[in-house]
Write a protein that binds this ligand. Structure first.
Ligand code: SF4
Ligand code: SF4
Length: 172
């Protein structure tokens, strides 16, 4: 059976614990708030450029991209998130040529590991930091990255500078 002094000691310990908790609460009451009021602050919200939100395929003003449909990104993707569907066309001089038909990306299964971007030899894909991708159906997370009617660009791959920066940061 507990003695009266033990009971008193436990009670004082409880009061001390309660007061130390209240002291923290009081201190935090006056601390500057850091909570961001999203989505109200959408116009001023700053998302880090390196944040990987969604894989995209940049196109230039001529609706041209840099993807050669080589399939390396698909092979390197660890969970089958990318499907590169190609078609064979014939050039003016009668040669057969493989070109991109559809580049399908499933945002719902992507782990944002960046392996596809790092290993693409043409710098044809990058990660955008557009994070607002919530949807009510999973099907909407499956996206075609090449635009309708787009084709392979003839010159230097676009967005090369940005990709190099991204790759440098990966290897640093
Ligand atoms: S995105 Fe790059 S790695 Fe993937 S198929 Fe196109 S060129 Fe090849
Ligand atoms: S970031 Fe990783 S998981 Fe996502 S598509 Fe690229 S390789 Fe696949």
């Amino acid at each position: 059976m507990r003695t009266f002094s033990e009971y008193l000691r436990d009670m004082l310990s409880g009061i001390r614990s309660l007061l130390s908790g209240l002291a923290i609460t009081w201190k935090e009451l006056w601390t500057k708030k850091v909570t961001r009021q999203y989505p109200e602050n959408r116009d001023t919200l700053v998302i880090s450029e390196r944040f990987r939100a969604e894989l995209v395929m940049p196109h230039d003003e001529n609706n041209e991209h840099a993807c050669t449909a080589c399939g390396i990104c698909q092979i390197n993707c660890p969970n089958g998130t990318i499907k590169v569907i190609s078609r064979t066309t014939e050039t003016a001089d009668g040669k057969k040529k493989k070109e991109l038909d559809r580049y399908v990306y499933n945002l719902g299964t992507c782990t944002f590991c960046n392996l596809c971007v790092i290993t693409c030899p043409s710098d044809a894909i990058v990660f955008s930091n557009n994070f607002e991708n919530a949807t009510f159906t999973r099907e909407k997370l499956v996206k075609q990255l090449n635009h309708e009617g787009s084709r392979l660009q003839e010159k230097k791959p676009i967005k090369k500078a940005e990709n190099e920066t991204e790759k440098d940061s990966q290897t640093a």
